[in-house]
Design a binder for this molecule. Structure first.
Ligand code: HSE
Length: 384
């Protein structure tokens, strides 16, 4: 297999190193705007022109690791149209253009794989797809973002400061180029959308997934969680509700004696529940150069072995219906005055614990409070 590798950042370099250990997969080109003296003498051509790669008929596969929406989207669609298989780790792009990219790959009779787009090195999406082939999946959920887990863990276990822990996650290479995507929950949202798409055979509108991140968490929220026997984590969840699907991302109070309550550092845990097999958990390195590079390399090997692309035949377009799910919330700050009186159940730390309330309504109220720039925080109580 001859490969054109787009992007030579943290993950691109990791993929390059892993593929260099093999004789059956060779990186013919690296596309990067920078000169890459470290590749001199390796036989890999460095180019800044995608057409050089697309016009080389010996290249059958393009790996996109530029990240972000543009020019990654244009480069991926051009590669598919040129008849190249595409492997990408780009959760932003694939969650946004899921149906379009799948259709394009199917029209061209080529393969599109994106195992590294959720779970980093954890063999998550591949196994989710296998589960979907045989079982009816009811729910997917998990800690899918290493940066936020690193920050919350550092705050809860070591009493560290938010900004300090974020800087450390950036230094370790887990965080996105713009870490607001991590801390505002968008990265988890893309991964939740992709997981739901594969689990339920749908194409969910990623922008319609209610999302609240950890930007507003304070030491007092962590303290009340700990005192009550919970660990605060950022979780994504998608589940069936009759014919509908609900999906959301929010800080979540998980009982400290659960698997989710014991995921430390930048590790992820992602789970599914389905017929025949019940609840199944996957734990491991969700971010980082070599774990993510490993998942990309696995896609290369799968393609070389003739495996099909990573998607389902069915991808029905849907918007999540989050008012079909009820759960209890911890609410702190100005949001306590915004929520209906009948939602309030009991005091909890400096805030309150609510009755079971619709997830969609809770997020809608939080969006209003955020627009008014009110100080508040909320977290759901886990129900696994
Ligand atoms: N920024 C992401 C994380 C990288 O922290 O998990 C892996 O997708």
């Amino acid at each position: 297999m001859k490969i054109g590798l787009l992007g030579f950042g943290t993950v691109g370099k990791g993929v390059y190193d892993i593929l260099a250990e093999r004789s059956d997969l060779s990186v013919s080109y690296v596309l990067d705007l920078r000169p890459l003296p470290e590749l001199e003498g390796t036989g890999t051509v460095v180019t800044s022109d995608l057409n050089t790669i697309l016009q080389d008929t010996s290249v059958d596969t393009v790996i996109e690791l530029i990240g972000g929406m543009h020019p990654a989207y244009e480069f991926v669609t051009a590669s598919l149209k040129a008849g190249k298989n595409v492997i990408t780790a780009n959760k932003l792009m694939v969650s946004k253009y899921y149906r379009e990219l799948l259709s394009l790959a199917a029209e061209q009779n080529i393969q599109l794989r994106f195992s590294a787009a959720a779970g980093g090195g954890i063999p998550w999406l591949v196994n989710l797809q296998r589960a979907h082939r045989v079982s009816r999946l009811e729910a997917v959920w998990g800690i899918m973002n290493g940066t936020t887990n690193y920050i919350l863990d550092a705050m809860q276990v070591f009493g560290r400061d938010f900004a300090d822990a974020l800087r450390e996650a950036q230094r370790l290479g887990f965080a996105e180029a713009d870490p607001s995507s991590d801390i505002d929950g968008l990265d988890t949202r893309h991964k939740t959308t992709l997981s739901a798409n594969i689990a339920f055979g749908v194409a969910m509108d990623d922008d319609a997934v209610d999302t609240f991140g950890i930007r507003r968490v304070c030491a007092g929220d962590i303290a009340v969680a700990t005192e009550a026997g919970y660990t605060l984590k950022l979780l994504g969840r998608a589940q069936r509700c009759g014919d509908q699907v609900a999906a959301w991302v929010e800080p979540t109070l998980v009982p400290s004696d659960t698997p989710e309550g014991n995921i430390h550092g930048c590790d992820n845990i992602i789970s599914f529940e389905g017929s025949h097999i019940g609840k199944t958990h996957f734990i491991g390195a969700g971010a980082g150069r070599y774990p993510t590079g490993y998942a990309v390399a696995q896609d290369c090997v799968d393609l070389a072995l003739g495996c099909a692309g990573l998607y389902n035949e069915r991808a029905e377009e849907i918007a999540p219906d989050n008012n079909a799910v009820l759960r209890e919330y911890y609410v702190r700050g100005a949001l306590c005055d915004q929520i209906p009186a009948e939602w309030k159940a009991a005091p909890f730390g400096e805030g309150i614990r609510t009755q079971k309330v619709p997830v969609g309504e809770m997020h809608a109220l939080a969006r209003l409070a955020a627009e008014k720039e009110l100080p508040f925080f909320f977290a759901g109580f886990a129900e696994f």
